[in-house]
Design a protein around this ligand. Structure first.
Ligand code: HEC
Length: 134
């Protein structure tokens, strides 16, 4: 009996370390996965300084810290213009989870990204890609 207990303790410690490592990996956003998720957004959003003439959505260059609907070469919906929002991790997370619930009447034809981890990855990618394009 005693020998068994002694043998189990290191095994339990080992499992604990593994769990900790897994938790850390989850907490860390995966920028490369975010880049893959951005493929969906890319159809409508450029990252360069000007909005693509044929694009359905505004350029996302310099997105973080920017006021919503402040891209001059794009005609935003009244809902977006009146939102009085600034884009940051929190507002982007809420908007991308369910655009219509978060901002009723906005004209972004996108139903939302339900998975919180995927949103974190996408936002991590956006924070790099939209800053680089400034
Ligand atoms: C089918 C086209 C389309 C897709 C796909 C799309 N968007 Fe949009 N997006 C728009 C349009 C149109 C607007 C402007 C909405 C308005 O004025 O109400 C917008 C607005 C935005 C804004 C606000 C911009 C600002 O300057 O205030 C952000 C941020 C945004 N989209 C991010 C994303 C992300 C991230 C994705 C991918 C998950 C995405 N969009 C997918 C068309 C799209």
């Amino acid at each position: 009996m005693r020998r068994q207990t002694r043998g189990r303790l290191p095994a339990l410690l080992g499992a604990g370390v593994l769990l900790l490592a897994a938790g850390q990996a989850l907490a860390q956003a995966d920028v490369r996965r975010g880049e893959k998720l951005f493929v969906e957004c890319k159809a409508c959003h450029a990252l360069g300084p000007t909005t693509d003439a044929n694009a359905l959505g505004p350029s996302l260059a310099g997105l973080f810290g920017r006021k919503a609907a402040s891209v001059e070469d794009f005609r935003f919906s009244p809902a977006m213009r009146r939102s009085n929002l600034a884009w940051n991790r929190q507002t982007l997370d809420a908007f991308l989870a369910d655009p219509q619930a978060f901002m009723p009447g906005n004209r972004m034809p996108y139903s939302g990204l339900a998975d919180a981890k995927e949103r974190a990855d996408l936002i991590a990618y956006l924070s790099q890609a939209t800053a680089a394009a400034k």
